[in-house]
Design a protein around this ligand. Structure first.
Ligand code: ADP
Ligand code: MG
Length: 357
């Protein structure tokens, strides 16, 4: 495997086509979504009539050539081609300014919508259990081949259909990296970008994704983002102190096994966190019922973790600081922080308020 020093893969199998994309595809309907540097549109392949999602990626971002980042994204998608929970890559087109990834279309959209949906739209715990199993199977497959996603959040987990609730597809491998012990050291070996105290912390590992899955589960179950503060700095502090609560009002009717599951992931020390394979064996995901929890009491005994260590940035901050592959992206990452929900994240209560007003 051809890899540069920051865990990006530089060799791909897919033939990059230079003919005009529009000769082979018709764009249909509205945009499916967009991120910082990409627009995703639904398209129909003229020769087959099949629907796909075309992700248009700008090669230059903030004056930097980011073609290698896109090649890395393609390489990761190729390596996960057999993974049923990773979106599949059909074709790639390139123009002077853009690369177009023709992807399987996940017609159900982002799980984000249902995370913040009102009662009848929102996921039930049963839904979350089924979807969490799929996310974990997908992520376990990535981790088995030493790929870390590094941007797992409700906007990057899509559904094949929303009603009836379909299956999940993991998308957006724009920040993904190959990690094995050698790479991790190399990523750490870019000290000029990293504050010395940050270097004392754990490097990027598959456990980094597991933390995100803990946050993701919390959001899917409650519609509330557990670490979100009023300011970015407060959010970072909440994360680094593992300042999290499972209050009774928002956890009403949610099983104590679900809380136990999240607590096995939202642990500061990445080595202590459950792996994707561990998670798949957790009783919550294996049909064990549990009595309704007395969350206030269990909360009291769970705070010890954040008190046992001096205050320090979480391992995720390290990743943020260590990115140096594309300055545009690294800036974006620092600005957005390790916390996956960078946009103001509405809670169900807030949405309700807006609807009433
Ligand atoms: P970015 O790297 O800019 O965040 P993403 O790959 O996350 O780009 O795509 C942006 C958005 O486009 C996603 O959050 C999702 O809403 C939508 N999208 C991406 N891929 C697909 C797909 N294969 N099918 C349907 N919608 C998609
Ligand atoms: Mg995205």
């Amino acid at each position: 495997m051809m890899m540069n020093k920051s865990g990006m893969v530089s060799k791909i199998q897919t033939r990059i086509r230079t003919e005009p994309f529009k000769n082979y595809y018709d764009l249909v309907g509205r945009e499916l979504g967009r991120g910082k540097f990409a627009v995703v549109k639904k398209c129909v392949e003229k020769s087959t009539g099949k629907e796909h999602a075309a992700k248009f990626l700008r090669k230059r971002r903030k004056g930097q050539d980011c073609r290698m980042d896109i090649i890395n994204e393609i390489a990761v998608l190729e390596s996960a081609a057999a993974n049923p929970f990773v979106v599949s890559l059909h074709e790639v087109y390139e123009t002077t300014s853009e690369i177009v990834l023709v992807l399987e279309c996940a017609a159900g959209g982002e799980i984000f919508s249902q995370c913040v949906g009102e009662n009848d739209e929102a996921f039930t715990e049963e839904d979350v259990i089924r979807l969490a199993r799929q996310i974990l199977k997908g992520v376990a497959g990535l981790h088995l081949s030493n790929v870390v996603h590094l941007d797992l959040k409700p906007q990057n987990i899509l559904l094949t259909s929303s009603c009836p609730l379909g299956d999940i597809r993991i998308v957006d491998f724009g920040l993904s990296r190959h990690v094995d012990s050698a790479d991790v050291r190399e990523i750490l070996g870019t000290p000029e970008y990293v504050a010395p105290e940050i270097l004392n912390y754990e490097p990027i590992s598959t456990a980094t994704d597991m933390w995100s899955i803990g946050v993701l589960t919390y959001v899917m179950l409650t519609g509330v983002s557990p670490f979100l503060g009023d300011e970015k700095q407060e959010t970072f502090l909440n994360i680094s102190q593992v300042n999290i609560e499972y209050p009774q009002d928002i956890f009403q009717g949610i099983s104590s096994l679900a809380v136990d599951f999240m607590k096995s992931l939202l642990i500061k020390d990445p080595r202590q966190r459950a792996s994707a394979e561990d998670c798949l064996k957790h009783p919550w995901l294996n049909g064990h019922s549990s009595p309704l929890p007395h969350l206030r009491t269990s909360l009291l005994s769970e705070n010890s973790q954040s008190e046992s260590e001096p205050e320090s940035p979480s391992p995720e901050l390290l990743i943020v600081a260590a990115y140096s592959t594309c300055s545009g992206q690294s800036e974006m990452k620092v600005a957005r922080g390790p916390f996956p929900f960078d946009e103001p994240f509405p809670t169900r209560a807030k949405i309700k308020q807006e609807l009433i007003c």
